[in-house]
Design a binder for this molecule. Sequence first.
Ligand SMILES: *[C@@H]1O[C@H](CO)[C@@H](O)[C@H](O)[C@H]1NC(C)=O
Ligand SMILES: *[C@@H]1O[C@H](CO)[C@@H](O)[C@H](O)[C@H]1NC(C)=O
Length: 520
Amino acid sequence: MKCAAEGGNMSKGQFSHLLRGVCMLWMWQAVFVNGTESKLWEVPTASFTSSANLSESLWEQDCQHSHLQEGARITADTPPRLDGTWVSTRCEVRPGPEFLTRSYTFHASRHFQALQHYYKDSGCEDPAYSLMIRGKLRLRQASWITRGATEAEHHLSKVSVVVHSLAAKQRLASMLPSTCVGLTLGRVVPGKPLELYNTRAGRGCLEALGFSMMEMGLIRVETRHHGHGGKVQELLLGDVHTDWTQRTQYRPTGYQQPLQNAMHHTHPCPVCALVYRSSEQRPPVLPRRTAAPLSLTGSWVSGRCETRPNVLFLTRDFTFDPDQHAWQGVYRHYSDPVCSQPTFTLRASGHYAQGNPSAKVSGATEFVFKVTRVGVTALDGPTAALLNGTRPGKCGRAGGWKVGVEQDLTPTDGCTPLGVKLPHKEYELFKTELDHRKHPLLFVGERPTDGYSPDRPERRPTSFQAPMWLCRDGDTQPSRRYGSVFKSKQVQTAASGTERLAQLALLVLGSVLCSWFWVY
Ligand SMILES: *[C@@H]1O[C@H](CO)[C@@H](O)[C@H](O)[C@H]1NC(C)=O
Ligand SMILES: *[C@@H]1O[C@H](CO)[C@@H](O)[C@H](O)[C@H]1NC(C)=O
């Protein structure tokens, strides 16, 4: 689904007019298609009462702001400047799950070398094999789907593999066709590079591995300038589809966790240094992490403005009260990639139950969340007007939407036009980790890329969204302060509804988005 950018001989005015029409049409279709595909949320089983207390949001915002800004100004060049080497800052988890670290080098000549190290374990301590990917990248145009991103095209020239153990060789041999580029896997020797793909042969080998560099299709570089002249640069590349069968064709509209520039990264970053010094023959072996017991108590906030597939810019904050098994999530949505122009806020709440340690992702834990209440606050005129126009009884109080005033969607069991049905159950995967400053981080499962909700155990995530930071005790005592106030939570549950809402908001933003188009 791409807005064709064929200007031809048309005048600029005609062209942009046409483009805008095409874009608007596409967006209507996007909403229509997504709306009809949407699975309704689970059937109500019980009624819960809860009282949202809006004064909470002020405090939450403060905590969030301190994390989002950290005294830094964020800039993003379009087109992005990619020259240099960009490295993983931690062991990355991709849907599957796959555990990897990455080191990508871009040259001024547009050639790139991407080094990917795959591991057997979720801590990236036991390397299985490494891929050395060479190719060429061409930046195309600003993405009109994902504001702030640049679309690019890549061509692979060569992909080599180095296996690091006999066990890894056996595993690869079971995945790959018996011959790859004329080489028999039986002849693979640990530590010795073998060509899997070149421009003449080997496509089948890459497909069998589930390999693709579609992530290169969407690019953004963010620079965080700190007061003292220091800076941190991050490279955001396109997201990987959560469905294994889709990942080699999927054109990303969201991002993976960023890589950091080897010269301008957060300090200290022991993982950055290890990954930077690695080669396909010497994969980085990450240090064993001290196991942090999973404790959700308190409030957690996004560390950055997050981008979801389907053009969503948002920040999240979650508060957990383990004594009550209660949870609340606040999703603040924005129309811009640095989260400065709010469009609406979705507040969801309910209960949760902690399950077993994950068999697929060691160190992570399974959860089940039930969302029983969702409230939405429109924060700009167009969003309020859109919600205001829904049919009575289908989405809050019809005609009752006002900018800045929260509407409880519980009385209408959600919001039919938005695909939000209450209550709703989701199967989740959480893990906690300590960052380089020993501050706790919370990782919540990645949303299915297709927009469905993980409402069955088989759809439980195997990878994670961007980490969330724990609000410090000094800020307040979240569990005490909130525990008695709300009895709810939800998790991402709300997110499919959220996405639908965002698609509505998109319609409003359509002309703005489309006018962002430029050709590089
Ligand atoms: C909301 O919270 C404030 C401060 O915690 C409290 O004074 C107020 O009574 C609460 N309102 C409701 C409706 O619970
Ligand atoms: C919502 O609808 C009501 C009734 O039609 C109308 O009076 C009000 O102005 C509308 N509000 C917005 C924000 O569109």
